[in-house]
Design a binder for this molecule. Structure first.
Ligand code: M6P
Ligand code: ZN
Length: 194
């Protein structure tokens, strides 16, 4: 039959549970980052060694409807960072610039309390508070890392262009210019610059 698709009503391909941001649907990928995947991310090397390498620090669910690197598409994700610290530094993501460095991204808070750490090309670093309902526009050229400063899991959503890519190397080599640590019982941004 001609024009069959034109009149079709089809099943919803993806669903989001708004109580916790969980994504379901075909081809949801679920990468997991354990402490052993996060070498050289945290400052306190001794505290890092004392944690079981298989301990899960964060988990991502993502829908990549087009091939990564292709121009014009959008990706959608949810990240859960478990609560905890390495020494006095909170659990956090690796953090990245985009490989196509001008590409932007939205993040939004779903569950828990945290901070979005942002750093520009001149290594100026600042943090935005994340909480359920917080919305964050991350401009191109800005490195971004999320930190769970609370005692429960931090969940947040993300939407980014399919050709953005991840540049982890810059952060692996030089880190951010500040770290989020618990000092006197509260989160504080501590400069790493001399
Ligand atoms: C968000 C998005 C993803 C990213 C993930 C984890 O869901 O920004 O692109 O992969 O957070 O962050 P990272 O890649 O820095 O570990
Ligand atoms: Zn990104």
């Amino acid at each position: 039959m001609k024009n069959k698709k034109h009149l079709a009503i089809i099943d919803t391909p993806f669903n989001v549970d708004y109580s916790n941001g969980n994504i379901s649907g075909k081809s949801v990928i679920n990468p997991i980052k354990k402490i052993k995947d996060l070498q050289n991310i945290f400052e306190d090397k001794q505290a890092f060694k004392n944690i079981d390498g298989d301990k899960i620090i964060y988990e991502v669910q993502a829908i990549l409807p087009v091939e990564e690197g292709r121009e014009g598409g959008l990706f959608y994700g949810k990240t859960i960072i478990h609560p905890g610290k390495v020494g006095n530094e909170y659990f956090m993501t690796k953090g990245h610039f985009h490989q196509k460095v001008d590409r932007a991204e939205f993040y939004w808070g779903i569950e828990g309390e945290g901070m979005l750490l942002l750093m520009d090309k001149n290594r100026n670093t600042w943090a935005e508070k994340m909480h359920p309902g917080s919305l964050h526009y991350i401009n191109g050229y800005i490195a971004h890392r999320t930190v769970n400063t609370g005692t429960t899991k931090l969940s947040f959503g993300a939407c980014w262009p399919s050709d953005a890519g991840h540049n982890y190397q810059e952060i692996m080599d030089n880190g951010f210019s500040a770290r989020l640590k618990e000092i006197d019982g509260k989160p504080q941004l501590v400069s790493t610059q001399q």
